[in-house]
Design a protein. Structure first.
Lengths: 305, 463
């Protein structure tokens, strides 16, 4: 600390000039961060304790928004269930799918580059376009799957219109957009030393053993990364259900972010929406911490902790 | 000019800071006009001073009028020149409540908006009371409008008029049906159902499934009436859940229980998953699409249905016929019509509210109404103009014109301050009923509970 202070106070003129110049260069980011991230974050925390509808006078109401959310909101527990169901299945399944696809693409496959591009394309297709494509796939009347079933004289599958099928159908869509995770996994797989596989092969390990005892542990930091990122984006899922089902049928695809949005922009209950946002933030932080806490037992950092 | 040719970094930064600070100060300074010297009396004379153009921002949730505004058809009309003169319109289509709310929050609302949640905004006191402007107007007169259309502009907890009827504000309820599909099903198109019980029999005859039980065609989706609007419930029951006079609401009336009970039977015939699939998913609407595709044989819609169907599916429109909207069996004989729909709402804190009213006056001229009717298919219930329209312009339209004189009961829609919330919750509750998760009675009680809770939590006035 002493060293730090001495260094600050004993800057030469040239160093001071450099500091100022540096600060000036980074100031657009700092100002942007303060204005567009830090301030909204702090103000949303404040608003979460108010009755605020954008127009009429804001009123301080203490914890009433939070109490209402947990005790007096007819849809809160439904959206919590929906979100936990969706995140709980889609995130691990998405990470596993991306990891397996990356492994597949890491083999000496003919047309490997082509397949890598194919798998990545869904990640860069605008979500609205993806939604339209999936509407055509899932449609009861003219969807590709149901048209086939009809032609075979079989009952159709009401993918998006049945309470039973709606969430699994959205989970399948989420798996389709794993291109970015696949690319990250691919990069990590190419970093796994070949010598480890060679040594294992010499020791008589078969393909499964090599995968389970080398590939998985060596990729575990990236699995952790994708898991955490998937968790964060999973809790924020909004666009696909909004475009495909608008939360139906029977609120079975009404997820947390959609509920938050409805409170903010359909009911104009900004205070309650801010409280919902903070509950989500705290939940995600706690879950992330939990994952990090458990990561010590399953993430391999090459001997480091 | 001899001098230093190089610039040190420090000097550069000093100069840059000075220029930036100057730019910021200039940007924060009052508008140039404020700095101008006061005009002389000669300059103030109206004849000599050319009128400064005034921009009026108009935001609407529809997209149907986009082309008209893009093509600037209004500016070419002599009526526009006479009434609006120096007004330029900054039009935005497809702008719903969220856009308006954000603009209000920013303190810079548009001058006017239409097709927003009027009741929800009215209770927050954001609109200009246009009554004094109407009183002074030489173009807009209350007596020239169908009373229910005019009354639509009055809302609970708002003194005066929220705006004036505009764009699309006529008669909203009628049972439209495809005569060819009806005949093929062995039904008599000259004797349409009047009650939900009768319509259920038509529905059964018109619903077709394949051997595997997949729905191919159906008669009526009762909750698609007016695109799923909750007010369809009170029209069907001839009973208001919301009282504009007292500010009270009640969803538990026996008539509503009966309504949920009979409408559930329509879904029992089709299968809940199947019908939702035809609309893609519950809540997504698909309003009119299945009718135009001749998959749905009956639809409850407003006067615009004949015109819009003519534009979108002319062959189907030729087979269209309209009759009275359905009521509960015990109400047979009641001829219910619903008026109103939309208003040209002006925001009191906008920059040019008075100019916005001029624009509203223009949109109520016969010339503007003609253009809207011919190019979009919309009608405003201005009696002197409506009389000039050929009611046979589109198949089925005539019914709506006749209904204005024959209706026994009148309603005005979207009066409830929690209309948006109700729409959302009702969609879920009625689905719980037709999927057998709640009985009709439990459904009405659940709805009442949810609305009461939200009313209290939003801090709306208790009566």
């Amino acid at each position: 600390m002493t060293v730090f202070n001495r260094r600050i106070w004993r800057l030469s003129k040239a160093e001071t000039r450099n500091q100022i110049t540096g600060l000036l260069f980074v100031s657009p980011w700092i100002i942007g961060f303060l204005l567009w991230t830090a301030y909204p974050l702090a103000s949303s925390f404040f608003y979460s304790f108010t009755h605020y509808d954008f127009i009429t006078q804001m009123r301080w109401i203490g914890f009433r928004n939070y109490v209402e959310i947990f005790t007096d909101d007819p849809r809160f527990w439904t959206v919590v269930y929906n979100t936990v169901y969706y995140v709980g299945i889609s995130v691990p399944l998405g990470v596993a799918t991306a990891f397996l696809m990356a492994n597949l693409l890491n083999t000496r496959l003919v047309g490997r580059s082509f397949f890598r591009a194919i798998f990545f394309i869904p990640s860069i297709v605008p979500a609205v376009c993806s939604a339209m494509v999936w509407l055509f796939i899932y449609n009861n009347q003219y969807g590709v799957i149901n048209n086939f079933l009809r032609a075979m004289g079989r009952p159709i599958i009401p993918f998006l219109s049945s309470v039973t099928w709606s969430k699994p159908s959205l989970i399948v869509i989420s798996l389709w957009g794993q291109g970015a995770a696949v690319v990250i996994f691919l990069a990590s797989l190419q970093d796994v030393p070949r010598s480890l596989y060679e040594a294992a092969t010499v020791d008589g390990a078969n393909a499964w053993h090599r995968f389970w005892h080398i590939t998985v542990p060596m990729s575990s930091p990236i699995i952790l990364y994708n898991l955490v990122m998937g968790l964060i984006s999973g809790f924020q899922t909004f666009l696909m259900p909004y475009l495909l089902t608008n939360g139906g049928p029977m609120a079975s695809t009404e997820f947390y972010a959609m509920h938050l949005w409805r409170n903010a922009f359909e009911l104009f209950r900004m205070g309650k929406a801010c409280a919902l946002a903070w509950i989500m933030l705290i939940t995600v932080v706690l879950l992330t911490l939990l994952i990090f806490k458990t990561s010590a037992s399953w993430v391999f950092y090459g001997g480091e902790r | 000019m001899e001098g230093k040719k190089s610039l040190t970094r420090r000097e550069f930064l000093k100069m840059a800071s000075a220029i930036s600070a100057g730019a910021v100060l200039a940007a924060c300074a009052p508008a140039g006009g404020a700095q101008q010297p006061a005009p002389s009396k000669a300059e103030e004379a109206p004849k000599e001073a050319p009128q400064k153009p005034v921009t009026v921002r108009l935001w609407v949730a529809w997209s149907n009028m986009d082309k008209l505004f893009q093509n600037e058809v209004w500016y070419k009309m002599p009526e526009y020149e006479e009434i609006c003169g120096n007004i330029k319109i900054e039009y935005k289509g497809s702008t719903g409540d969220q856009f308006v709310m954000t603009a209000l929050a920013a303190g810079d609302p548009p001058e006017a908006a239409s097709n927003i949640s009027y009741a929800q905004f009215a209770i927050k006191g954001v609109f200009l009371d246009t009554q004094p402007l109407v009183d002074a107007s030489k173009y807009v007169h209350e007596e020239d409008f169908i009373p229910a259309v005019w009354n639509f502009c009055k809302f609970w907890h708002f003194d005066g008029l929220v705006g004036v009827p505009a764009f699309e504000s006529f008669l909203d309820y009628g049972l439209n049906y495809n005569t060819e599909m009806v005949q093929k099903a062995g039904l008599d198109p000259d004797n349409p159902p009047q009650t939900f019980g009768e319509a259920l029999e038509w529905h059964k005859a018109l619903t077709v499934k394949d051997d595997a039980g997949n729905l191919k065609q159906f008669g009526l989706d009762p909750y698609d009436a007016m695109g799923g609007d909750p007010d369809g419930m009170e029209v069907a029951c001839n009973h208001k859940y919301w009282d504009d006079e007292t500010g009270k609401f009640d969803f538990t009336h026996d008539l509503f229980v009966e309504y949920f009970d009979i409408t559930k039977k329509f879904y029992d015939v089709m299968g809940p998953d199947q019908i939702a699939g035809l609309r893609q998913a519950e809540g997504m609407g698909g309003w009119g699409g299945s009718y135009n595709a001749e998959v749905q044989a009956m639809i409850i819609e407003g006067y615009w249905h004949p015109g819009e169907t003519t534009v979108q599916a002319p062959e189907v429109a030729k087979k269209n016929r309209a009759s009275w909207t359905l009521v509960l069996d015990g109400l047979k004989g009641h001829k219910i019509q619903v008026a109103g729909g939309h208003t040209f709402a002006i925001f009191k804190d906008s920059k040019h509210p008075k100019e916005a009213f001029k624009l509203a006056e223009f949109f109520l001229t016969d010339a503007a109404l003609d253009t809207l009717f011919k190019q979009v298919g919309w009608i405003v219930g201005k009696k002197s103009w409506v009389e000039k329209i050929d009611p046979n312009t589109y198949p089925g339209l005539e019914f709506y014109f006749k209904s204005a004189n024959e209706a026994t009961d009148w309603y005005e829609l979207r009066r409830f301050p929690l209309h948006g919330f109700l729409w959302d919750q009702l969609a879920e509750v009625r689905e719980m009923i037709y999927r057998g998760k709640l009985t009709p009675q439990e459904g009405t009680q659940e709805l009442q509970k949810r609305i009461e809770t939200e009313w209290k939590n939003q801090g709306l006035p208790m009566v």
